[in-house]
Design a protein around this ligand. Structure first.
Ligand code: HEC
Length: 177
């Protein structure tokens, strides 16, 4: 190989490297926040906001918990949620319980089965300015779900609520008294 071709090849490799780096920077910039969100270690001890159940493919039962700041806002009906509010949504497969049904005259009992995933919404209007102040993350077995574009998908759907109910501050759940 001549010196010129070697140089040309090196320049080509460098250019490719720079453009791959540029592309990954661009992709990263488009991904709002999923990678930055961690699961607070004590979230399982937080207070209950409400519950929900999804049929269809999800077929799960859910608990929505909030940290102190979020609970305060929920209870006093404060919207938008103040910075520092964190809401966690736990979900488990929704399944019938043979053990419970054994004591009833007919099958009727459904309970939480294995956990599916944990989703989290974090309010920080500066950090997550591009998604209206909310950062989104998901965890399975305690590990972050790394699907590209995930946080964007969360935001896109929660943003639909915002169009329909602007006062909700992107949060579907109301406090159950
Ligand atoms: C297709 C629409 C849709 C998508 C996508 C979606 N959500 Fe939601 N989310 C909902 C609805 C509807 C509820 C309320 C009912 C429920 O909990 O099932 C909800 C509830 C929540 C809650 C409880 C607080 C609240 O807003 O009511 C959290 C936390 C949450 N979602 C986070 C996320 C995260 C994180 C993602 C992405 C990983 C995500 N959501 C993706 C529709 C969506």
């Amino acid at each position: 190989m001549t010196r010129m071709t070697t140089l040309g090849l090196a320049a080509g490799v460098l250019a490719l490297g720079v453009s791959v780096y540029g592309l990954s920077r661009t992709l990263h910039a488009q991904e709002p926040s999923a990678a930055e969100i961690t699961l607070p270690p004590d979230y399982r001890d937080w207070k209950l906001v409400s519950v929900a159940q999804e049929n269809g493919q999800n077929n799960d039962i859910r608990a929505i918990l909030g940290n102190g700041i979020a609970i305060e806002a929920f209870r006093n009906n404060v919207r938008p949620f103040p910075d520092g509010s964190v809401i966690v949504r736990l979900a488990w497969r929704y399944q019938s319980s043979a053990r419970n049904d054994a004591v009833f005259p007919a099958p009727q009992s459904f309970v939480a089965g294995p956990a599916t995933n944990v989703q989290i919404s974090v309010k920080d209007s500066r950090r997550f300015a591009e998604t209206a102040g909310w950062g989104y993350g998901q965890f399975e077995g305690g590990k972050p779900t790394q699907t590209p574009g995930l946080a964007k998908a969360c935001y896109a759907c929660h943003n639909k609520l915002q169009t329909l109910t602007p006062g909700a501050d992107y949060v579907f759940t109301d406090y159950s008294h």
